[in-house]
Design a protein around this ligand. Structure first.
Ligand code: DGT
Ligand code: CA
Ligand code: CA
Ligand code: ZN
Length: 589
């Protein structure tokens, strides 16, 4: 079993225990374990196999949970989960997938109305029976209806890029060990860096097709062979994801990689461009089209196919980065040599949004900073939650000022230790209050090095209210950046209703930055909004919003989103040195 499968078993157990009204500490233990495991890069099987380490070294994993992990690794099953499933109505779990419906609310609905399916819940909402259940009401009922529609949409059942990536890395690593495989690359939406992916596509250069396919069938993640043909095979991998493998000859590898990277829309445009030039392009290469006497065309000489660059060159274009291949205006830009030089992970010099144990982070200030040094960052801003976020023990002025003293001392000791230079900025993530205003006074914010303002509460308010709250925050002279500006959670919750163009316009007018939150669930702003912000002259900030050391590693997801938006290094404020960033900040006011 993979880490994310084990994490999902523990999450499932937590939901079912919670549904039964189980002990809160027990529920929390399973949730925390799921969270820890879900964020682990290294496979649990490897931790277990290492004689020098124990599963119990992991945060929140005691003897009992370690035993359950071993059971899952050995048998793929957990008797506890099966017992719980037998005790809880089957529909309960389906209902818990509706955004905003947790185990407790689902239990109320099941008990009060006898709801036994998603359809029954939808029906009950339409017949206005839900609004009469204690604690529900008409507004909640309407929200549930919207959210059922959201949960039912197949577009919201796709795998997050970050989860897909760990499977892709695993399968590419395995296929590269195949002696008959010369080149092995991932293609499809994964390679284009989409937020979510439907299935995984792998292209292999080999002249021993059967041997390559056999090798894939021996991969530890292989669950079933779905289809096997002469050049293509599809298998079901971990978490039910489909993996399509194509084996091609060396002279076609670039053409196949290009073809299966897509997108379909990009390829359609590329093919039509080839036609205009008397060429034909497919997964085997670029060929000349010869007109024969009867007016038909026949395939002539092969012009390209070995590499992707050669394929694009054959139609008179420079190579186009996969993140831009969505069938927009990338061919025209390539034609006039106007493609952007896309930002890269190595361009990032600071991370300006992260949490510590002072609020809802898992690691201490000192540990977060040490991890940032390890990652080569030159500066970080510590931005724990303000006091409104009571769930996360948000900071009031006293605790915030105490944290800033701690940061002062840390900066002094870092300077004295002649470590690689890093500057820790005194920051805060203030909350935009439901009634307007922020949750900490200006006189405190004036003393911060960096202020992120986010909207976590009152997300159901109407469009003009939400927009006004955000613009008010933008107009605050001390607010530097708006955190996750639309609030969407991919597959879980749509964005709140906000006039994003008005937000961008206000940011441009005031010299306020907008965030691309790199968390794989958020990726907020998304590519289109980030492109619009860039066009309006608003500097973007790509931030991890890390709640743990490993949370710092999602920066690459934010980079992919920025690349799909066509952003260059210069468009992103935290690619600058701290001195240059400060100069840019000084333009606000
Ligand atoms: P996904 O898997 O839904 O996240 O999206 P993709 O883009 O990975 O789509 P997929 O896996 O169906 O196919 C991978 C690429 O292969 C796709 O972007 C373009 C190319 N392709 C596959 N089938 C066709 C087809 O029937 N016609 C054309 N023009 N291209 C295709
Ligand atoms: Ca795909
Ligand atoms: Ca596919
Ligand atoms: Zn945050």
């Amino acid at each position: 079993m993979t880490n994310s499968e084990i994490a999902s078993v523990f999450d499932h157990v937590a939901d079912l225990l919670d549904y039964q009204g189980g002990n809160v500490f027990r529920v929390r233990a399973y949730r925390n374990a799921a969270h820890t495991i879900g964020g682990l890069v290294e496979p649990l099987a490897a931790v277990r196999a290492d004689a020098n380490r124990a599963l119990t070294d992991l945060d929140g994993i005691g003897d009992d949970l370690a035993g359950k992990i071993e059971e899952l690794l050995d048998t793929g099953r957990l008797p506890l989960l099966e017992e719980l499933k037998a005790q809880v109505p089957a529909a309960a779990f389906e209902l818990m997938r509706v955004p905003g419906l947790g185990p407790k609310k689902v239990k109320q609905l099941v008990d009060a109305l006898g709801i036994d399916s998603l359809e029954a819940l939808e029906q009950a909402c339409r017949e206005k029976r839900v609004e009469s259940v204690k604690g529900f009401g008409a507004k909640t009922q309407a929200a549930i209806l919207d959210n059922i529609a959201f949960a039912k949409d197949p577009a919201h059942a796709r795998m997050l890029w970050n989860d897909a990536d760990s499977i892709v890395q695993d399968v590419l690593g395995w296929m590269r060990q195949c002696p008959e495989a010369r080149q092995v690359e991932g293609a499809g939406s994964w390679r284009r860096g989409r937020e979510t992916v439907g299935d995984l596509d792998v292209v292999v250069d080999s002249s021993a097709t059967a041997a390559v396919m056999d090798h894939l069938e021996r991969w530890h993640g292989m669950a079933a062979v779905l289809q096997r043909g002469d050049t293509k095979t599809s298998i079901r991998g971990p978490q039910d994801i489909q993996i399509d493998l194509r084996v091609v000859a060396e002279e076609s590898f670039g053409a196949a990689l290009q073809y299966f990277t897509g997108s379909k829309e990009h390829n359609v445009k590329l093919r039509s461009r080839a036609r205009d030039r008397g060429l034909t392009i497919n997964e085997y290469g670029v060929h000349r089209l010869n007109a024969s006497a009867d007016g038909h065309h026949t395939r002539g000489d092969t012009l390209a196919g070995r590499t992707e660059a050669e394929v694009y060159e054959a139609v008179g274009l420079p190579w186009i980065p996969p993140e831009l291949r969505e069938g927009g205006n990338e061919l025209e830009r390539a034609e006039r040599r106007g493609l952007p030089t896309l930002i890269e992970l190595a361009d990032i010099r600071g991370d300006l949004h992260m949490h510590t144990t002072a609020t809802d982070g898992e690691d201490t200030l000192a540990d977060m900073v040490r991890a940032a040094i390890d990652r080569g960052l030159e500066y970080v801003a510590i931005t724990d939650h303000g006091q409104r976020v009571t769930m996360a023990r948000g900071l009031d002025r006293t605790r915030l000022l105490r944290q800033w003293d701690e940061i002062d001392r840390l900066n002094e000791s870092l300077a004295a230790d002649s470590m690689p230079p890093i500057t820790v900025l005194k920051g805060i993530e203030v909350d935009m209050l439901e009634k307007g205003g922020l949750d900490l006074p200006d006189e405190i914010l004036a003393r911060a090095d960096w202020v992120v303002a986010s909207l976590h509460y009152g997300q159901q308010q109407p469009r003009d209210r939400i927009t006004a709250r955000i613009i008010e925050a933008i107009e605050n002279p001390f607010v530097r950046v708006i955190g996750h500006p639309t609030g969407r959670l991919i597959n879980r919750r749509p964005a709140y209703d906000v006039d994003i163009n008005a937000v961008i316009e206000a940011a441009a007018r005031t010299g306020t930055f907008l965030e691309i939150n790199a968390n794989p669930w958020r990726l907020d702003l998304d590519d289109r909004h980030a492109a619009a912000a860039r066009k309006a002259g608003v500097p973007l900030v790509i931030s991890t919003d890390a709640h743990s050391i490993r949370g710092l590693d999602v920066m690459r997801c934010g980079i992919l989103q920025a690349r799909r938006a066509g952003l260059e290094k210069g468009d992103v404020a935290n690619t600058r040195s701290l001195a240059d960033l400060r100069r840019l900040m000084a333009q606000k006011g």
